[in-house]
Design a protein around this ligand. Structure first.
Ligand code: AMP
Length: 336
């Protein structure tokens, strides 16, 4: 009998910390049933029409339950899941929306190739206390005859993303406005990863008197500092190896500015390092952390450094706070 073979059972039944083979079979069957049940439950949680969404949300409201919305375009990663966790801390009910929003992509951008993996997204959410996945089609979100648009100003015209993606914030503001009206959440979670977007959405909610609090969530990063993004999957291995340069440069620049070095020189050197790593730089800028207005010196802060750069076919963005001298929490890493 080979080492580890099980004396009580048939040949090939190897002793292990697990139950014997017939136990395995029943365990497997039990898992299969559990998985099926999970898919059925998950399928029930996906809502695709506005009336169905409203019915559920209305029931929660009548029960006096707080609701948090996590808007996403899917291809979920640990950054999105951090938003779900933050939602959980605020509200009893969580809605995750998954919608790749056509109007925020220009014709030459990656709407067609943007990763869409609803089944994997639902599986990723299965371990989280998400009550409902709001996954409308483009026809439900923008039915025939749709003719309205929210065109934000203020932070949306700060000369950062808007300079390179002029269509972007009207697309974002319109869909976020719709999502907030459809879901009527008490809280909506947005990542600091898309810092200008966070400011645009916060302004939008205030300007339209929407009864929602926008909650910023810190950027989740890979262990080498690269901010998680659905678009990281476009990177070739060589590009992926260069990609952490963005965060490294941001950290270095933030440190030098905090130590009082001349802002313009620090940013020039940072930009040059990013280009040496193989990127085409769209911008590396120091802005007021609240208004996003340009600033020339540290004393005009609080400062946020923001960067956007292209490598191969991929455009990456990132940002970081410049310390005002107070001790803050370090960046959130994947799995931390
Ligand atoms: P997206 O699906 O890319 O539109 O992102 C949906 C939300 O997740 C936005 O509020 C993003 O800012 C946020 N998000 C994306 N990546 C990250 C990240 N690495 N860390 C934290 N939040 C993120």
């Amino acid at each position: 009998m080979p080492a580890g073979a099980c004396p009580e059972h048939t040949a090939g039944c190897v002793r292990s910390p697990w139950p014997p083979n017939h136990g395995f079979a029943s365990l497997r069957a039990a898992f299969a049933i559990l998985n099926q049940a999970k898919s059925v439950l998950m399928a029930h949680r996906v809502v695709r029409t506005v009336p169905a969404l409203r019915r559920t949300v209305m029931q929660w409201r009548m029960a006096g339950e707080r609701i948090a919305l996590v808007p996403t375009m899917g291809a979920l990663h640990a950054g999105h899941l951090a938003l779900v966790r933050a939602a959980r801390r605020r509200a009893r009910r969580i809605v995750v929306s998954i919608f790749v929003n056509p109007p925020q992509f220009a014709p030459h951008e990656d709407f067609g190739s943007y990763p869409r993996r609803l089944a994997a997204d639902l599986a990723a959410l299965a371990d989280f206390p998400v009550d409902l996945v709001w996954a409308p089609s483009a026809e439900v979100m923008y039915p025939a005859g749709f003719a309205s648009r929210i065109v934000p100003e203020g932070p949306a015209t700060a000369g950062l993303e808007d300079r390179f993606r002029p269509h972007f914030f009207a697309g974002v503001a319109t869909v976020v406005g719709k999502l907030l009206i459809q879901c009527t959440p008490d809280f909506a979670m947005f990542g600091e990863k898309d810092y200008q977007q966070l400011k645009v959405v916060t302004r939008l909610a205030r300007d339209l008197d929407l009864p929602v609090t926008i909650i910023p969530v810190a950027t989740v990063r890979e262990h080498d500092g690269l901010a998680l993004s659905s678009r990281n999957s476009y990177l070739t291995p060589i590009e992926r190896a260069a990609a952490p340069t963005l965060h490294r440069v941001l950290v270095r620049c933030a440190g030098e500015i905090a130590r009082g070095q001349l802002l313009a020189r620090v940013l020039d050197e940072g930009g040059a390092e990013i280009e040496r790593a193989g990127f085409a730089l769209d911008y590396l800028e120091a802005r007021h952390a609240d208004t996003l207005k340009a600033i020339a010196a540290r004393k005009d802060g609080p400062i946020r450094l923001l960067v956007a750069a292209r490598i191969g076919k991929t455009r990456l963005i990132d940002n970081i706070a410049v310390s005002s001298g107070k001790v803050g929490k370090g960046p959130q890493r994947r799995g931390s």
